[in-house]
Design a protein around this ligand. Structure first.
Ligand code: UGY
Ligand code: MN
Length: 248
Protein backbone atom coordinates (compact mmCIF):
# COMPACT_ATOMS: atom_id res chain seq x y z
CA UNK A 1 0.00 0.00 0.00
CA UNK A 2 1.29 3.46 -0.87
CA UNK A 3 1.53 5.85 2.07
CA UNK A 4 -0.03 9.19 1.10
CA UNK A 5 1.90 11.06 3.81
CA UNK A 6 5.17 10.59 1.89
CA UNK A 7 6.54 12.60 -1.04
CA UNK A 8 9.89 13.26 -2.73
CA UNK A 9 8.99 16.97 -3.00
CA UNK A 10 10.86 19.49 -0.85
CA UNK A 11 10.66 23.29 -0.74
CA UNK A 12 13.59 25.07 0.91
CA UNK A 13 14.92 28.61 0.85
CA UNK A 14 17.65 27.83 -1.72
CA UNK A 15 15.96 25.13 -3.81
CA UNK A 16 12.86 23.03 -4.39
CA UNK A 17 12.22 19.62 -5.91
CA UNK A 18 8.59 19.25 -6.99
CA UNK A 19 7.29 15.86 -8.04
CA UNK A 20 3.85 15.65 -9.69
CA UNK A 21 2.22 13.86 -6.73
CA UNK A 22 1.84 17.20 -4.90
CA UNK A 23 0.18 19.23 -7.63
CA UNK A 24 -2.88 21.31 -6.77
CA UNK A 25 -4.52 23.03 -9.75
CA UNK A 26 -4.71 26.80 -10.20
CA UNK A 27 -7.23 28.79 -12.17
CA UNK A 28 -5.71 31.48 -14.41
CA UNK A 29 -7.87 34.24 -15.93
CA UNK A 30 -8.01 33.85 -19.73
CA UNK A 31 -6.77 30.27 -19.65
CA UNK A 32 -9.81 28.00 -20.02
CA UNK A 33 -10.53 24.26 -20.25
CA UNK A 34 -7.07 23.35 -19.08
CA UNK A 35 -5.28 22.26 -15.91
CA UNK A 36 -2.63 24.68 -14.67
CA UNK A 37 0.04 23.79 -12.12
CA UNK A 38 2.22 26.63 -10.91
CA UNK A 39 5.44 24.86 -10.04
CA UNK A 40 7.80 27.77 -9.30
CA UNK A 41 7.00 31.42 -8.62
CA UNK A 42 8.05 34.44 -6.62
CA UNK A 43 6.07 33.33 -3.53
CA UNK A 44 8.83 30.77 -2.90
CA UNK A 45 11.61 33.34 -3.35
CA UNK A 46 12.17 32.81 -7.08
CA UNK A 47 12.55 35.50 -9.74
CA UNK A 48 10.91 33.37 -12.42
CA UNK A 49 7.63 31.58 -12.78
CA UNK A 50 7.34 28.05 -14.20
CA UNK A 51 4.00 26.43 -15.01
CA UNK A 52 2.74 23.17 -16.45
CA UNK A 53 -0.47 23.35 -18.49
CA UNK A 54 -2.53 20.39 -19.68
CA UNK A 55 -5.02 21.35 -22.40
CA UNK A 56 -8.34 19.75 -23.15
CA UNK A 57 -9.44 19.66 -26.80
CA UNK A 58 -11.29 22.97 -26.36
CA UNK A 59 -8.62 24.46 -24.10
CA UNK A 60 -7.52 28.05 -24.82
CA UNK A 61 -4.76 30.22 -23.40
CA UNK A 62 -5.62 33.80 -24.25
CA UNK A 63 -3.71 36.77 -22.88
CA UNK A 64 -1.39 39.68 -23.34
CA UNK A 65 2.12 39.77 -21.91
CA UNK A 66 2.84 42.88 -19.88
CA UNK A 67 6.06 43.29 -17.88
CA UNK A 68 6.94 39.60 -18.28
CA UNK A 69 7.96 37.64 -21.34
CA UNK A 70 6.71 34.03 -21.69
CA UNK A 71 8.49 31.02 -23.18
CA UNK A 72 6.12 28.15 -24.14
CA UNK A 73 7.45 24.62 -24.83
CA UNK A 74 5.36 21.66 -26.04
CA UNK A 75 6.19 18.65 -23.86
CA UNK A 76 3.71 16.43 -25.71
CA UNK A 77 0.75 16.78 -28.07
CA UNK A 78 -0.11 19.48 -30.58
CA UNK A 79 -1.84 22.87 -30.59
CA UNK A 80 -2.11 26.10 -32.55
CA UNK A 81 -0.41 29.31 -31.38
CA UNK A 82 -0.86 32.83 -32.63
CA UNK A 83 0.86 36.04 -31.57
CA UNK A 84 -0.37 39.34 -32.96
CA UNK A 85 -1.86 37.57 -36.00
CA UNK A 86 1.08 35.24 -36.81
CA UNK A 87 -0.17 31.65 -36.45
CA UNK A 88 1.64 28.29 -36.36
CA UNK A 89 0.98 24.68 -35.37
CA UNK A 90 3.16 23.56 -32.47
CA UNK A 91 3.90 19.90 -31.76
CA UNK A 92 6.21 18.06 -29.37
CA UNK A 93 9.54 19.88 -29.04
CA UNK A 94 8.28 23.11 -30.60
CA UNK A 95 8.53 26.34 -28.64
CA UNK A 96 7.25 29.90 -28.73
CA UNK A 97 8.88 32.98 -27.19
CA UNK A 98 6.43 35.84 -26.56
CA UNK A 99 8.15 39.14 -25.69
CA UNK A 100 6.57 41.82 -23.51
CA UNK A 101 3.40 43.65 -24.62
CA UNK A 102 2.13 41.07 -27.13
CA UNK A 103 -1.25 39.36 -27.43
CA UNK A 104 -1.19 35.58 -27.70
CA UNK A 105 -3.61 32.71 -28.08
CA UNK A 106 -2.95 28.96 -27.88
CA UNK A 107 -5.69 26.43 -28.57
CA UNK A 108 -7.10 23.81 -30.96
CA UNK A 109 -5.09 21.21 -29.06
CA UNK A 110 -5.15 17.46 -29.13
CA UNK A 111 -6.61 16.43 -25.77
CA UNK A 112 -3.92 16.11 -23.10
CA UNK A 113 -1.38 18.40 -24.81
CA UNK A 114 1.15 19.46 -22.18
CA UNK A 115 2.90 22.82 -22.22
CA UNK A 116 5.69 24.15 -20.03
CA UNK A 117 6.09 27.89 -19.50
CA UNK A 118 8.88 30.06 -18.14
CA UNK A 119 8.00 33.68 -17.26
CA UNK A 120 10.45 36.45 -16.35
CA UNK A 121 10.04 40.20 -15.86
CA UNK A 122 11.93 41.63 -18.84
CA UNK A 123 14.84 43.97 -18.15
CA UNK A 124 15.50 46.00 -21.26
CA UNK A 125 19.10 46.95 -22.02
CA UNK A 126 19.82 50.49 -23.12
CA UNK A 127 20.43 50.71 -26.89
CA UNK A 128 18.95 47.24 -27.52
CA UNK A 129 15.55 46.47 -29.02
CA UNK A 130 13.07 44.18 -27.28
CA UNK A 131 13.52 40.65 -28.78
CA UNK A 132 11.06 39.55 -31.48
CA UNK A 133 8.47 36.75 -31.31
CA UNK A 134 10.24 33.44 -31.94
CA UNK A 135 8.70 30.15 -33.10
CA UNK A 136 11.23 27.31 -32.93
CA UNK A 137 11.72 23.54 -32.95
CA UNK A 138 14.11 22.03 -30.40
CA UNK A 139 14.39 18.82 -32.44
CA UNK A 140 16.18 20.88 -35.12
CA UNK A 141 18.67 22.46 -32.68
CA UNK A 142 22.05 20.68 -32.61
CA UNK A 143 23.42 19.63 -29.21
CA UNK A 144 27.00 20.68 -28.52
CA UNK A 145 29.26 18.65 -26.21
CA UNK A 146 29.23 20.42 -22.84
CA UNK A 147 32.71 21.57 -21.77
CA UNK A 148 34.25 19.01 -24.12
CA UNK A 149 32.42 15.95 -22.71
CA UNK A 150 30.52 14.07 -25.48
CA UNK A 151 28.36 12.32 -22.82
CA UNK A 152 26.74 15.71 -22.09
CA UNK A 153 24.95 17.69 -24.81
CA UNK A 154 23.53 21.19 -24.59
CA UNK A 155 20.92 22.62 -26.96
CA UNK A 156 20.54 26.38 -26.73
CA UNK A 157 17.00 27.33 -27.80
CA UNK A 158 17.05 31.15 -27.69
CA UNK A 159 19.52 33.39 -29.56
CA UNK A 160 22.67 34.23 -27.60
CA UNK A 161 22.12 37.96 -28.02
CA UNK A 162 22.31 40.67 -25.36
CA UNK A 163 18.71 41.73 -25.98
CA UNK A 164 17.64 38.48 -24.23
CA UNK A 165 17.79 38.39 -20.44
CA UNK A 166 16.78 34.72 -20.21
CA UNK A 167 18.17 31.53 -21.73
CA UNK A 168 16.32 28.24 -22.18
CA UNK A 169 18.45 25.16 -22.86
CA UNK A 170 17.91 21.41 -23.11
CA UNK A 171 20.59 19.35 -21.36
CA UNK A 172 21.03 15.65 -22.27
CA UNK A 173 23.20 13.32 -20.17
CA UNK A 174 24.08 9.80 -21.31
CA UNK A 175 23.73 7.24 -18.47
CA UNK A 176 26.70 7.80 -16.14
CA UNK A 177 27.29 11.31 -17.51
CA UNK A 178 27.61 14.00 -14.86
CA UNK A 179 28.32 17.70 -14.45
CA UNK A 180 32.11 18.08 -14.44
CA UNK A 181 32.14 20.11 -11.20
CA UNK A 182 29.80 21.47 -8.54
CA UNK A 183 28.42 24.67 -10.04
CA UNK A 184 28.27 27.68 -7.68
CA UNK A 185 26.81 30.64 -9.56
CA UNK A 186 24.71 33.79 -9.40
CA UNK A 187 22.26 32.65 -12.11
CA UNK A 188 18.95 31.09 -11.10
CA UNK A 189 17.42 27.96 -12.64
CA UNK A 190 13.97 26.47 -13.11
CA UNK A 191 13.94 23.05 -14.77
CA UNK A 192 11.76 20.14 -15.77
CA UNK A 193 12.83 16.58 -16.49
CA UNK A 194 11.65 15.46 -19.94
CA UNK A 195 13.20 11.96 -19.85
CA UNK A 196 15.20 9.54 -17.72
CA UNK A 197 16.42 9.77 -14.18
CA UNK A 198 19.40 10.48 -11.98
CA UNK A 199 20.57 12.09 -8.76
CA UNK A 200 20.74 15.85 -8.23
CA UNK A 201 22.90 17.39 -5.51
CA UNK A 202 21.49 20.73 -4.33
CA UNK A 203 23.35 22.55 -1.55
CA UNK A 204 24.94 19.26 -0.45
CA UNK A 205 21.65 17.36 -0.22
CA UNK A 206 21.01 14.44 -2.58
CA UNK A 207 17.76 13.94 -4.47
CA UNK A 208 16.74 11.06 -6.78
CA UNK A 209 14.87 12.67 -9.71
CA UNK A 210 13.09 11.43 -12.81
CA UNK A 211 10.91 12.41 -15.77
CA UNK A 212 8.15 14.80 -14.66
CA UNK A 213 10.05 16.26 -11.69
CA UNK A 214 10.80 19.97 -11.54
CA UNK A 215 13.60 21.78 -9.69
CA UNK A 216 14.12 25.39 -8.63
CA UNK A 217 17.65 26.52 -7.80
CA UNK A 218 18.09 29.98 -6.26
CA UNK A 219 21.22 31.99 -7.10
CA UNK A 220 24.24 30.34 -5.47
CA UNK A 221 22.44 27.06 -4.79
CA UNK A 222 25.28 24.63 -5.35
CA UNK A 223 24.42 22.06 -7.98
CA UNK A 224 25.65 18.81 -9.49
CA UNK A 225 23.85 16.01 -11.39
CA UNK A 226 24.58 12.50 -12.58
CA UNK A 227 22.34 10.47 -14.91
CA UNK A 228 21.38 6.89 -14.03
CA UNK A 229 19.42 4.11 -15.69
CA UNK A 230 19.33 2.77 -19.24
CA UNK A 231 18.34 5.88 -21.22
CA UNK A 232 19.74 9.42 -21.35
CA UNK A 233 18.42 11.89 -18.78
CA UNK A 234 17.07 15.07 -20.37
CA UNK A 235 15.97 18.31 -18.75
CA UNK A 236 14.90 21.68 -20.09
CA UNK A 237 15.95 24.64 -17.99
CA UNK A 238 15.74 28.40 -17.57
CA UNK A 239 18.62 30.68 -16.65
CA UNK A 240 18.75 34.47 -16.28
CA UNK A 241 21.58 35.95 -18.35
CA UNK A 242 23.16 39.07 -19.87
CA UNK A 243 22.40 41.73 -17.29
CA UNK A 244 24.61 43.73 -14.92
CA UNK A 245 24.98 41.45 -11.86
CA UNK A 246 24.78 43.98 -9.03
CA UNK A 247 23.22 47.23 -7.89
CA UNK A 248 26.14 47.87 -5.48
O1 UGY B 1 23.86 26.49 -17.51
C1 UGY B 1 24.05 26.02 -16.39
O2 UGY B 1 24.35 26.72 -15.43
C2 UGY B 1 23.89 24.51 -16.20
N1 UGY B 1 25.14 23.85 -16.52
N2 UGY B 1 23.46 24.19 -14.87
C3 UGY B 1 22.78 23.04 -14.56
O3 UGY B 1 22.52 22.23 -15.46
N3 UGY B 1 22.45 22.83 -13.29
MN1 MN C 1 23.84 25.88 -13.47
Amino acid sequence: MEISALTRSVVKSSHAVISPDGYVNSSVPGWTNCTVNVIINEQMGAHLCQMLITLQEDGRLTGRTQASQIFFYVISGECTASVDGEEKVLSTGHFLYVPVNRSYQLGYATAGTQLLTFHKVYEQLEDYEVPPVIFGDATMVAGAAFLGDPALRLQVLLPEHLSFDMAVNIFTYDPGGHLPFVETHIMEHGLLYLQGQGVYMLDHEWYPVRKGDAIWMAPYCQQWFTAMGKEPAVYIYYKNVNRFPTVV
